[in-house]
Design a protein around this ligand. Structure first.
Ligand SMILES: C[S@@+](CC[C@H](N)C(=O)[O-])C[C@H]1O[C@@H](n2cnc3c(N)ncnc32)[C@H](O)[C@@H]1O
Length: 244
């Protein structure tokens, strides 16, 4: 079990219904546009990230610079449990953004990491981190992106890809298809979206979808965990799957 990422309470992001302190009006507007507009469309989301790309990492770091560590830590634990060396494995980071997950994956010994995201500006910022081998700029959804092919990766991870107007729930199946049999898929999302965004509205239907893929023989669930206060007052809901 990884140590819980710590929240920096001195510099938390303000939200319209949270008790946290405002850090900057522009930042607050950007954040609220994504977090509280449940009807936001994918192209509007893309426009937000295009303009936010250069400030995204520093804005997130103010809340919790280690917010993505748990994804890498869980991935490393699972592959080491399989007696595999992270350095020998291929990893796909879906909705990679500016590369928070990639930075942490490298710390845990992963070396061959591909980043995919539909926002080129976010990927440009990720490139500067020097942790990814390849970059694939494309929309991720219900079909396998053309430049990626099924069963290509040992590990497929996503952190923060599920939010209003972002990546559809059925992308979990796409992630499974991109992963080799016996490989690992990890998804970490804000628990609040399972109550707020229609697609993830209640946690039971989310789990039901996961169960459908269990019954279809796509994967087995390695674990489901909730990490409290991963991002200020937001909890992370993490699922890890073994691809069958
Ligand atoms: C909240 S950020 C998370 C970034 C990074 N994983 C992290 O943890 O900091 C969400 C990312 O998802 C990307 N995204 C949203 N919808 C997408 C889609 N349909 N296809 C590909 N990327 C998408 C955005 O461009 C953005 O970089």
């Amino acid at each position: 079990m990884p140590s819980m990422p710590q929240t920096n309470n001195e510099t938390t992001i303000s939200t319209e219904n949270s008790k946290n302190i405002t850090k900057g009006e522009e930042h607050k507007k950007t954040w609220d546009a994504l977090v509280y507009n449940k009807n936001i469309k994918s192209d509007e989301v893309l426009n937000v990230y295009k303009t936010w790309a250069t400030a995204y990492q520093s804005d997130m770091d103010k809340v919790n610079p280690k917010k993505s560590e748990h994804v890498a830590q869980f991935a490393a634990e699972l592959v080491k449990g399989d007696r595999k060396n992270p350095a020998d494995l291929t990893v796909l980071d879906v909705a990679a953004g500016t590369g928070s997950v990639g930075v942490e994956l490298v710390k845990y010994g992963f070396k061959n990491i591909t980043a995919t995201d539909y926002c080129q500006e976010m990927l440009d910022a990720a490139k500067e981190k020097g942790c990814y081998k390849e970059f694939v700029c494309c929309k991720f959804g219900t079909v396998t992106p053309k430049v990626l092919y099924p069963r290509k990766f040992d590990v497929v991870v996503m952190h923060g890809g599920f939010a209003a107007g972002h990546i559809p729930l059925s992308s979990l199946h796409t992630m499974a298809r991109l992963c080799k049999k016996g490989g690992i898929v990890i998804n970490s999302m804000s628990l609040q979206y399972t109550h707020f965004v229609e697609e993830y509205m209640d946690i039971h239907s989310y789990i039901q979808y996961i169960q459908e893929l269990v019954e279809a023989g796509i994967w087995k669930v390695e674990f489901t965990r909730v990490l409290d206060n991963c991002m200020a007052d937001r909890h992370a809901l993490v699922h890890a799957f073994r691809i069958l």
